[in-house]
Ligand binder design. Structure first.
Ligand SMILES: Nc1ncnc2c1ncn2[C@@H]1O[C@H](COP(=O)(O)OP(=O)(O)O)[C@@H](O)[C@H]1O
Ligand SMILES: [Mg+2]
Length: 258
């Protein structure tokens, strides 16, 4: 077992400027994240729960290096990624991939599934693309003939698997899943969750699994972070947090759905 966590987030904060009025004047800032720290280990699924607007997506984007934090550090595999330039990040990007909520919006409608996958493979200089794509679709439980289809020809469940295949094509060590099953109906949700759990059981991949849906997080996560107004207010093993929450906010959040 390695000593250092796969992902280590140290006291990150994120402030966004607020522009208001006809002239879009800067009216101060909104603090989307404040002093957030946590880790994700190899092979671990860490769930993030909290109401809408509490900063979950901001956290996901910072971890995936899509937006820089205002302060704080993110270490991936021991490397401080927040200290790297965009250029220095390129070879590292294949190690962490992000999957967003809406699979239909995440794919270019004018590109076939094959093109969508090859684009990522080319970016990361991965050869033997066609064979690789066949294999990827099989891995997520889809028939390889779908490679020649376009996004509008696929169901939402198939599209979300394509998005997962696209994220997996670089063999990442960390998957950041931001509400990745939230737009799916229950049966498709279950299929995708089972697939993700299956995948984790035979890889060392770590997941940061973000969802406002508590039952989904309870089902899949080993550990949970509870967020409220940009801060982690409770953290612990999933069973402990759900069965015996210690913080008032967690109790309130859980009682709202039970
Ligand atoms: N690009 C942005 N510019 C300004 N404010 C933003 C931006 N993205 C998010 N916010 C604000 O930051 C807060 C957290 O948003 P977000 O991270 O999307 O939360 P969640 O994913 O939990 O719903 C919200 O108040 C939101 O309005
Ligand atoms: Mg969000």
């Amino acid at each position: 077992m390695r000593d250092e966590p796969l992902l280590q987030v140290e006291k990150i904060s994120k402030k966004y400027p607020v522009f208001e009025g006809l002239l879009r004047q800067n009216r101060g800032t909104v603090c989307a994240l404040q002093d957030t720290s946590f880790t994700v280990n190899e092979g671990e699924i860490v769930g993030v729960i909290g109401e809408s607007g509490c900063g979950k997506s901001t956290l996901a984007r910072i971890v995936a290096c899509l937006t820089p934090p205002t302060s704080g550090k993110v270490f991936f595999d021991g490397v401080e990624v927040t200290a790297l330039s965009q250029k220095q990040l390129v070879p590292l990007r294949k190690e962490f991939q992000i999957v967003f909520q809406n699979p239909a919006e995440s794919l270019n409608p004018r590109k076939s599934i094959l093109d969508a996958l090859c684009e990522v493979l080319s970016f990361h200089h991965i050869a033997e693309q066609k064979e690789h794509c066949d294999e990827l679709l099989k891995q997520v439980g889809l028939n390889a003939h779908l490679l020649y289809r376009y996004p509008h020809e696929l169901s939402l469940g198939q599209l979300s698997r394509v998005c997962l295949a696209r994220a997996l094509c670089t063999k990442p060590k960390l998957l950041v899943l931001d509400e990745c099953v939230s737009s799916l109906d229950i049966s498709v949700q279950a299929q995708v969750l089972n697939f993700l759990m299956d995948l984790r059981s035979h890889s060392k991949m770590g997941y940061l699994f973000i969802s406002h849906d508590l039952s989904v997080v309870r089902h899949i996560a080993d550990r949970v972070l509870v967020m409220y107004q940009g801060a982690v207010v409770e953290e612990g093993l999933t069973e402990e947090v759900f069965d015996d929450p210690t913080q008032a906010y967690t109790k309130q959040l859980l009682s709202a759905v039970l």
